[in-house]
Ligand binder design. Structure first.
Ligand code: G3H
Ligand code: 13P
Ligand code: ZN
Length: 314
């Protein structure tokens, strides 16, 4: 199997009460770690590329690395569905470029615009994508983190309005929708107790039956990695993520795609830091990047089996 869209994946996930992991990829080790975990657990997987990743690694390298990972899996008799997705597409041109170069799914992130402008931009991407067999994720509501200068998504104005969500999906024809229910990007998601607005998710799913919802900013920021980073010379006190039981609950509801990037960064950094301190004689990048790759694989395996529930759903 080559690359697929999210269509069938989301239909099955919705009915089955589980979610697909969407993991951000920036280099070879990350792609290998994720693909190894998905393969071992016979899980469908979404590999997503941000504009920042394209800038860092070069879009051609990322595309070829993803293709290589699928070719290697196929050679070993592995046949899991893989989606290549653009994460937070900032404009029509970036979406078009990804669609033209073989991505099977793109996100147009118009959440920084007013409702009408977001609708117009999303519709333009949907029209272009659907003509070419590509699916589109859109976003309504504001998450803290990379979106504008907003620090914490805690005021009502930040959360997705279910009424707007219903109108937005009907007006744009998008295939899935990212909504704001209290998650945020990065490793500092909650100052006090973690809280998600499941009531909003419930209301959105009532208005949009069987429609796949996407949860961004869904890293759980495992304290094991935070402690390792801080122990071995890092400085990320107070880093906190979305509790895993909340993600499990979201996965049983309308959430079909759960986005994870920060946990990959933390897993890699914690293990590289540990290696540098415990083995100062090491200067072969294959040693510490190998440890980082292994840590990504273990972390992703844990997500697939214990949080998302998409193991054996390939
Ligand atoms: O939601 C954002 C992702 O974590 C991607 O981050 O733009 O630094 O690649 P990035
Ligand atoms: P995290 O920062 O919680 O990993 O979120 C990643 C994300 O939403 C990518 O789009
Ligand atoms: Zn995101």
């Amino acid at each position: 199997m080559g690359l697929v869209t999210t269509k069938e994946m989301f239909e099955k996930a919705y009915k089955g009460g589980y979610a697909i992991g969407a993991f951000n990829v920036n280099n070879m080790e990350i792609i290998q770690g994720i693909m190894e975990a998905a393969t071992k657990n016979n899980a469908p997987v979404i590999l997503q590329v941000s504009a920042g990743a394209r800038k860092y690694a070069n879009p051609i390298y990322l595309k070829k690395l993803v293709e290589a990972s699928i070719e290697c899996a196929n050679k070993n008799g592995v046949d899991i569905p893989v989606v290549l997705h653009l994460d937070h597409g900032p404009d029509f041109e970036t979406c078009k470029d990804c669609i033209d170069s073989g991505f099977t799914s793109v996100m147009i992130d118009g959440s920084k615009y007013d409702f009408d402008t977001n609708v117009e931009l999303t519709k333009k991407v949907v029209d272009y994508a659907h003509e070419r067999g590509v699916v589109v994720e859109a976003e309504l509501g504001k998450l803290a983190g990379i979106e504008d200068d907003v620090k914490v998504a805690d005021s009502d104005a930040m959360f997705t309005d279910p009424d707007e969500a219903e109108r937005f999906v009907k007006l744009t024809g998008c295939d899935s929708l990212a909504i704001a229910i209290g998650t945020s990007h990065g490793a500092y998601k909650f100052k006090g107790e973690a809280k998600l607005r499941f009531d909003i998710l419930e209301e959105v799913s009532k208005r949009l039956p069987n429609f796949p919802i996407v949860l961004h900013g869904a890293s759980s920021v495992p304290q094991k990695f935070v402690e390792m980073c801080n122990k071995y010379g890092g400085n990320i006190p107070g880093a906190k993520g979305v509790p895993e039981e909340m993600l499990r609950k979201a996965a049983t509801m309308a959430v079909c795609k759960i986005n994870i990037d920060s946990d990959i960064r933390l897993a890699m950094t914690a293990n590289i830091r540990e290696c540098f301190v415990d083995s100062p004689e090491v200067f072969d990048p294959r040693v510490y990047l190998g440890k980082a790759r292994e840590a990504v694989e273990k972390m992703v395996s844990h997500k697939i089996v214990d949080v998302l529930g998409c193991n054996n759903k390939a």
